[in-house]
Design a protein around this ligand. Structure first.
Ligand code: ATP
Length: 322
């Protein structure tokens, strides 16, 4: 039996490794499928991104046309149309609008997951379609709603945005501290070596977002693309994460898909998208609120009403002594 034990143990380990590899491979395939939508022109130079100025010049993009170009089956005619804006270095742009309007699509275009069929996207004056896609992605930190955790250690997951092998442990830890997740990690029995992801420790929505923030901090990008979570976090976690994001955004050009009043108020410019992916209103929070019957004004009136309802609900609970 003892003679059998070692090989069996080895088989068990091998099995786990294969399962893990397959899960990661699936993710990789999905990523690669995405990448095929974009091709670098031969000899394309790297993006030189020191300032972080962003400009969209009459950008239009349709998923259908993108799918046709790569031979995929056409899925829908959704996309964005005639998007123009200019964001100075360290400025903040907020994108709001109904579900499916194309808000995340604008972030994907900036990150060059797709090239627009019409118009140009410029970073520090360089057309992102004319430079190496890898260099574009290096310049931009992404904090997305659906942070993908790899079946690996929490250390690997934070270091993933840079070179996980080359990064120093102190830097990973500093990023985790800045993202306010260090104490949580340190409290785990295996600390930074804790396995997370589908086959490891399952992290909560708030913890996953903090891992994403730590990733972005470690990457130290000139530009940040934020997709604010729609999923309900508890109020305290949400407030803490928003405060955290404000720290990370400081000194960087930020493009964010925003769902909450509190994040949008301070934006230098707000774009309001229609269902059809067009800009229907634009301006600062104050300017947009001053518009009679504006969409933005209506959206926020509804949100303020909701917030008041929630506050009244909380007060009631307190009165009842619950
Ligand atoms: P939400 O607020 O719900 O996240 P959104 O404004 O960010 O929505 P997008 O994710 O940008 O919307 O999607 C815009 C439209 O494009 C939607 O109708 C969506 O179904 C469609 N879409 C998104 N990704 C793809 C894709 N890979 N292929 C085809 N259509 C897509």
């Amino acid at each position: 039996i003892l003679q059998l034990y070692q090989p069996l143990r080895w088989l068990g380990t091998a099995y786990r490794q294969i399962v893990r590899a397959v899960t990661d491979l699936e993710k990789l395939m999905r990523l690669l499928a995405n990448e095929s939508a974009v091709r670098d022109v031969p000899g394309a130079p790297d993006l030189q991104c020191a300032q972080g100025e962003i400009e969209f010049r009459d950008v239009s993009f349709e998923y259908v046309a993108a799918a046709a170009a790569t031979g995929d089956a056409a899925k829908s005619t959704s996309g964005v149309r005639h998007i123009s804006f200019r964001l100075p270095p360290r400025g903040t742009l907020a994108i709001v609008g109904p579900s499916g309007a194309g808000k995340s699509t604008l972030l994907r275009l900036l990150f060059r997951l797709y090239d627009p069929q019409h118009g140009q996207i410029l970073i520090d004056g360089q057309d992102v379609a004319q430079v190496r896609q890898e260099s574009v992605r290096r310049a931009i930190g992404v904090v997305a709603q659906d942070t993908v955790l790899f079946n690996d250690t929490i250390r690997y997951n934070i270091a993933y945005s840079v070179d996980p092998e080359a990064v120093r442990m102190e830097d990973v830890e500093a990023a985790a501290r800045a993202a306010h997740i260090h104490h949580f990690i340190a409290s785990l029995p295996a600390g930074y070596d804790t396995l997370v992801g589908e086959r490891g420790l399952r992290l909560s929505g708030g913890e996953k977002q903090r891992v994403a923030i730590a990733r972005a901090i470690l990457k130290n990008p000139v530009i940040l693309a934020l997709d604010e979570a729609t999923a309900a976090l508890d109020t305290a976690t949400e407030k803490a994460i928003q405060a955290n994001l404000r720290e990370v955004c400081a000194g960087r050009t930020t493009v964010m898909v925003a769902h909450r009043l509190s994040t949008v108020v301070h934006a230098d410019e707000i774009l309001v998208l229609s269902e059809g992916g067009e800009i229907v209103e634009r301006g600062t929070h104050q300017q947009l609120l001053a518009r009679e019957h504006g969409r933005y004004k209506e959206m926020w009136a509804a949100q303020v009403q909701n917030m008041e309802k929630e506050t009244r609900g909380e007060e009631k609970t307190v009165e009842n002594g619950e």
